[in-house]
Design a binder for this molecule. Structure first.
Ligand code: GDP
Ligand code: MN
Length: 387
């Protein structure tokens, strides 16, 4: 899944005829100053990071003059911003959206998501939008409406009426209808996993304007969403995940301390389940795939070792298409290239297992080689705990 920045999503909204505040992206305090002058203050400065919750974290500020905009920009740009959605390490702010400030009367939450349980898109909306929406969802679920959409039919008129009633739209139903149907069109036409505007603002003059915008695109659709793919700001992604992608490894960082290298998504998940069963926490999901070569194995090993929270590694390979001896070669190649300072448990089964064992025995590093997966999982959990 790839995410767009707010200013990019707003450009898409605008190109479909949805009102957004006039604004431009700034990469430096001087940019911010110029934009503020051009739009005319007061302006809002908004940190462009791939995470929400910026308002509560000081990432959304109002400036009353161009000089103040410059001052605020110099405070935010280049800083690490920690919000409820970034994780404790935060994300460095490299871009700011500078836009006209809007007079807010009412903040509405509106989103379209893929509802996995129902296997169809769903609109989720609330009249109590804004920064406290997560709290509202917990404490006042009756303030949130969910409308599943039948993909073949699209949004039905009765659903729009229900949404308008629920959200309290009366004399601006026509405009609201335009916004709901258009956001759904964007959701479908751009292959989105999420389209969200929080808040969608009802202004003092009765008009509706999207003052925040979020879009995530299904990465499996990028082959036909070239314009969206070009908007992807890779500096916002985990460097290890990018490195893995380059080598066609499927890697997802997790919160634990046991590095896993497995072939096949199913075996990877079974391995992670066993680790958890024995009281451990995986540091990552890494599927080296069926076509793993010694090079990709070495790369995967390197990516895992780059994570400072990894205390032990479990390599679990079933040699089918990829032969065990090739895997062993890859592991040896990796330990020659990078310094391995954590214990490594290896479980190999399948084609050319014996040859692999011979190779590992001659290795310049002592691995714990195990035959049984359950035992291997138990062992790696023990080693990660330093027992
Ligand atoms: P988020 O916290 O990352 O979702 O950032 P938002 O863009 O939603 O901004 C957070 C909050 O800042 C909003 O809920 C508004 O209350 C406020 N805000 C943002 N832009 C404006 C604006 O133009 N005028 C006013 N008055 N408030 C704004
Ligand atoms: Mn928001």
């Amino acid at each position: 899944m790839i995410r767009l920045h707010e200013y990019q999503a707003k450009r898409v909204f605008l190109s479909y005829g949805i009102s957004v505040p006039t604004g431009y992206v700034a990469f430096s305090p001087d940019d911010a100053w110029k934009i503020a002058l051009e739009i005319g203050p007061p302006v809002v400065l908004k940190a462009q990071i791939h995470a929400g919750g910026r308002g509560l974290a000081g990432g959304v500020k109002i400036a009353r003059t161009a000089d103040e905009a410059k001052e605020i920009a110099s405070q935010i740009l280049g800083k690490r911003m920690v919000t409820a959605q970034t994780g404790p390490e935060g994300i460095v702010v490299k871009r700011l959206l500078v836009e006209e400030a809007v007079n807010i009367d009412k903040e509405i939450y509106f989103s379209i998501v893929v509802d996995r349980r129902r296997c169809k898109p769903a609109i989720v909306a609330s009249p109590a939008g804004g920064m406290e929406i997560e709290e509202i969802a917990k404490l006042h679920p009756e303030q949130i409406i969910t409308e599943p959409i039948e993909p073949i039919a699209g949004i039905m008129p009765y659903q729009i009426r229900r949404l308008c009633d629920f959200l309290g739209f009366n004399n601006n139903r026509e405009e609201a209808t335009h916004i709901f149907t258009t956001l759904y069109r964007i959701f479908v036409e751009k292959d989105c996993r999420l389209v969200e505007t929080n808040p969608l603002v009802l202004c003092k003059d009765g008009s509706l304007i999207a003052i925040d915008a979020k879009m995530s695109i299904d990465e499996d659709a990028l082959f036909r969403q070239k314009d969206m793919a070009r908007l992807w700001d890779i500096t916002q992604s985990d460097p290890s995940e990018l490195e893995a992608q380059k080598h066609k490894l499927s890697f997802v960082r997790l919160n634990g301390n046991i590095g896993c290298m497995v072939n096949g998504a199913g075996l990877s998940m079974a391995t992670m389940d066993l680790i958890k069963l024995h009281g451990g926490e995986p540091a990552n999901f890494l599927d080296v795939g069926g076509r793993a070569t010694p090079e990709t194995i070495a790369k995967g090993f390197e990516i895992i070792l780059n994570d400072p929270s990894v205390r032990a590694i479990l390599i679990n390979i079933f040699g089918g298409i990829v032969r065990c001896d090739r895997v062993a070669e890859g592991i040896i190649k990796a330990v020659r290239q990078v310094k391995v300072n954590v214990p490594v448990v290896i479980r190999l089964a399948g084609t050319n297992r014996e040859e692999a064992m011979d190779i590992l025995k001659k290795a310049p590093f002592k691995f714990s080689v195990m035959d049984d997966l359950n035992e291997a999982a138990k062992e790696v959990v023990k080693l990660a705990k330093g027992v």
